[in-house]
Design a protein around this ligand. Structure first.
Ligand code: ADP
Length: 252
């Protein structure tokens, strides 16, 4: 070539470099699209209860004095909607924190952790039976706060999506180099076509029930992320009308 343009000595390497750069750019593009999607989903989720709050406040202003029953209903709705917003903001903050959180890996006695969490977070008022099947002295290298959070999310869901009179079974077992944590319920179940999406942010199958119980649609996406941080995997099996089973497998 004339004009002093250097001829690449190893064109193959340049082609490979080009491919890698393209791949990186594509991943970056996907990441940006995901974040854009997240911001617009989160704004939508916050706007909905906010619009409901404003609607009820307006109603109280216009008709509350003359109609005590409207006042009463609107106050109840304001109470529920503001609780929903509070839960959502709490979950969003937990998510943001977990992205910059430094894992504190220690030896955790999972058998004790599971019992402690259930003692604190199991709701007695729902008339659901809790069955525990916990092997003794199961240890895991993990982050105590995150491991607790995973169990809280799964158990709260099991209670939320199970009718009164049903049952929730929590199992902790060890198998060679794996620790299995299972939360089963005899609840309403999840149709097959939704199973692969319930771990996505804001994805809800039972929208009304999730709303009534103050759900944010973020629980399972957070649980999946925390499970991954602690070297595990989460999966679900479910049958409509029979119940669901969430299984977390930690590799020791
Ligand atoms: P939410 O705050 O709405 O409960 P999650 O991310 O925890 O959000 O769960 C996503 C959706 O998966 C829920 O809205 C619900 O439809 C479904 N789901 C989660 N756990 C169960 C369960 N144990 N039984 C039936 N459906 C469930």
């Amino acid at each position: 070539l004339s004009g002093g343009v250097p001829v690449p000595e190893k064109p193959q390497e340049l082609t490979d470099l080009g491919t890698s750069i393209n791949r990186l750019l594509f991943q970056l593009h996907l990441q940006i699209e995901r974040e854009k999607g997240f911001v617009s989903d989160a704004s939508h989720e916050l706007r909905t209860p906010l619009a409901a709050l404003r609607g009820h406040i307006n109603l109280i202003k216009r008709r509350g004095k003359a109609h005590p029953e409207i006042l009463e209903q609107s106050l109840t709705a304001i109470d529920q909607e503001s609780e929903r917003m509070q839960n959502l903001i709490h979950q969003l903050l937990a998510m943001a924190r977990s992205e910059h959180y430094e894992l504190e890996l220690v030896d955790v006695n999972m058998s004790e952790l599971v019992r402690d969490v259930l003692r604190t977070y199991w709701k007695e008022d729902r008339n659901i039976t809790l069955e525990l099947n916990i092997d003794k002295d199961i240890h895991l290298n993990g982050d105590v706060g995150q491991l607790s959070q995973i169990l809280i999310i799964l158990v709260e869901n099991a209670q939320k999506y199970t009718e009164s009179g049903g049952k929730v079974i929590v199992e902790l077992t060890k198998n060679n180099k794996e620790v299995h944590l299972t939360v089963k319920d005899t609840g309403i179940g999840i149709p097959k076509e939704h199973l692969d999406k319930i771990f996505h942010r804001f994805y809800r199958v039972h929208k009304d029930r999730s709303r009534q119980t103050g759900g944010s649609g973020l629980g399972l996406s957070i649980a999946k992320q925390l499970v991954a941080f602690n070297g595990g995997d989460i999966s679900v099996k479910s049958e409509v009308g029979k119940g669901s089973e969430f299984k977390v497998i930690f590799k020791k």
